[in-house]
Design a protein around this ligand. Structure first.
Ligand code: AMP
Length: 540
């Protein structure tokens, strides 16, 4: 017997419609490429998204067409999120930090029909334009006064495009399984793979993000969205904010400590979201400039493991609680959020920080398990490591156009490529990417764990641990670290520090200091670059 409830479709347009009606006066604040801070409301955003949808229809865009975007976090990007998906087309966000070859590959693979580009990325697009096969026109995301001199063909000015339309538009109704957005994974080998989200997956994921055990947002929040809108739908936060009417602050291109802190204070931000590298810069600035946070009490950090020392600094020195979350492009992305459970109330500091550094329990809707190399399920004892598999309604079922191989097994499990433990309480902890773990004499050494411990040593800013070939043990760990300017930390200091928490056989064979570490397009450490550079490093 089927239930008798209405089968209203879960559509992205309903989120902005809701925001317009219920939170029409709430602000969206953006730092713009043109210079000034721009502020308007959800009502304005909703109206302009409709103008955009009308303009796109006039350009011949139909349901299912892919529309590329290459832009920072700003109000026009919000309008693209709602306008493109709302009309039934697919909002394909392209990461501007990718190589020109990758950008050309991705845009051609997606067959983007139109391409929206922020001012700073016009030169990048000019460089690849001759290689783009499907793009019929490029919309530059600015007003007439700021239109650049460009050699791009078929150029349209964003403000002129939408100003030629009014907002008298009714969002179309269609199947919630219709594709809404497309993001390519920035893998280190092979071609990027397309992850195609649906209105249904995006809505369920946003509900989950809102929930108390998810990212826990409400209309009382002012959210600083540092995580880029060109990466995994900015963790679904643009959707979730519209659903709950949170004030949204979009930092544009300026992610240095001073600019981020200035926005946090001026806009009375209560919660922020981003990857650890941005918070590293922020914490350094705050310390050097003797600043504090007046209103920010929470920060959501994910995309890479958060070192325990960062969680401690935020809490002890600035009274800001870190929520550690894990996810990936293929998981929309939120898979876990490290909230404490009832049994942890009153936990002592040491245990609290150790637990908070885990990636945490899965949010409702995501199932997870760890398996051995031969696929047997492994115990949840907090010690046994295995490949992390996940499944759920916002986990990918396959890559766009089937390229990138089978994504899931017969039971729907997706292999994340992460190596993890899960403890008795269901808290997952990533110990490594499968390809980064150091395999020493049949034992595994977690590079993430060693990195996190190393940055806990005063004087160290950042650290990477890679496996270096070894004649006897197959592989041994090498620490590559960046010191704070003027710090006098030595190799012996690092090894001494690590020996307090690690077994002798796990300790690194060598520590080298460098001026900076290489990062990829989404801020993650590029360990393959380090592996190539240090392939012949002589361990001492
Ligand atoms: P991407 O698809 O580019 O977002 O990368 C996803 C990968 O980032 C995951 O498979 C993890 O290896 C890593 N990752 C994301 N969040 C975390 C986290 N909180 N801790 C450790 N690794 C993470």
């Amino acid at each position: 017997m089927l239930g008798l409830m209405q089968n209203r479709q879960l559509l992205i347009s309903t989120m902005i419609e809701h925001a317009q009606k219920q939170y029409g006066d709430i602000e969206i604040v953006s730092r713009t490429n043109e210079g000034p801070i721009h502020r308007y409301t959800y009502k304005d955003c909703a109206g302009r998204s409709k103008q955009l949808a009308k303009a796109l229809t006039k350009l011949g865009v139909i349901v299912g067409d892919r529309i590329g975007t290459m832009a920072f976090n700003g109000f026009r990007h919000m309008e693209l999120y709602f306008g493109i998906s709302g009309m039934g087309a697919v909002c394909h966000t392209v990461n501007p930090r990718l190589s020109a070859d990758n950008v050309a590959y991705i845009v051609n693979h997606a067959e983007d029909k139109y391409f929206f580009v922020d001012l700073p990325f016009v030169p990048l697009l000019e460089n690849v334009e001759s290689r783009l096969n499907s793009v019929e026109g490029v919309v530059i995301m600015t007003d007439k006064a700021h239109m650049p001199d460009t050699k791009l063909k078929n150029v349209i000015c964003y403000e002129e495009l939408i100003q030629s339309e009014n907002d008298d538009y009714v969002w179309p109704d269609f199947d919630e399984n219709t594709a809404s957005a497309l993001c390519y994974t920035s893998g280190t080998t092979g071609n990027p793979k397309g992850v195609l989200y649906s209105h249904r997956s995006a809505t369920l994921h946003a509900f989950s993000a809102l929930s108390g055990e998810g990212l826990s947002f409400s209309h009382k929040d002012t959210i600083l969205l540092v995580v880029p809108m060109f990466h995994v739908n900015a963790w679904g936060i643009p959707y979730a904010s519209a659903m709950c009417g949170a004030k949204l602050v979009l930092p544009g291109a300026c992610l240095d400590g001073r600019s981020v802190h200035e926005l946090i204070e001026k806009e009375s931000v209560t919660v922020s979201a981003g990857v650890p590298t941005v918070w590293m810069m922020l914490l350094k600035y705050i310390k050097d400039a003797h600043k504090t946070f007046s209103t920010m009490r929470r920060t959501i950090i994910g995309g890479a493991a958060v070192p325990r020392s960062m969680i401690e600094t935020f809490k002890k020195e600035y009274n800001v609680q870190v929520l550690h979350a894990w996810g990936m492009t293929e998981t929309s992305p939120v898979g876990t959020a490290c909230h404490l459970k009832r049994k942890h109330e009153g936990m002592l500091d040491d245990d609290f920080f150790a637990l908070s550094a885990k990636q945490g329990p899965p949010v409702f809707g995501v199932e997870m398990k760890i398996v051995s190399a031969t696929g047997e399920e492994l115990p949840w004892d907090g010690k046994t490591c295995g490949r992390l598999l996940v499944r759920g309604p916002w986990i990918t079922s396959g890559y766009f156009r089937g390229e990138g191989g089978e994504a899931i097994d017969a039971e729907g499990w997706f292999d994340t490529g992460d190596i993890s433990t899960i403890d008795e309480d269901g808290y997952m902890q990533v110990t490594d990417r499968a390809k980064d773990v150091v395999k020493s004499g049949g034992e595994w050494i977690s590079s993430i764990d060693m990195e996190n411990q190393t940055v806990g040593l005063p004087g160290i800013v950042e650290a990477a641990v890679i496996a270096v070939p070894h004649p006897k043990w197959q592989e041994r760990p090498l620490v590559i670290a960046v010191k704070q300017p003027g710090a006098t930390v030595t190799k012996e200091d690092v090894i001494d520090h690590l020996s307090k928490s690690m077994a002798k056989w796990q300790l690194p064979d060598d520590v080298v200091f460098v001026d900076e570490l290489p990062h990829g397009a989404t801020g993650k450490l590029l360990k393959n670059v380090l592996r190539t550079k240090f392939r012949d490093h002589q361990l001492v």
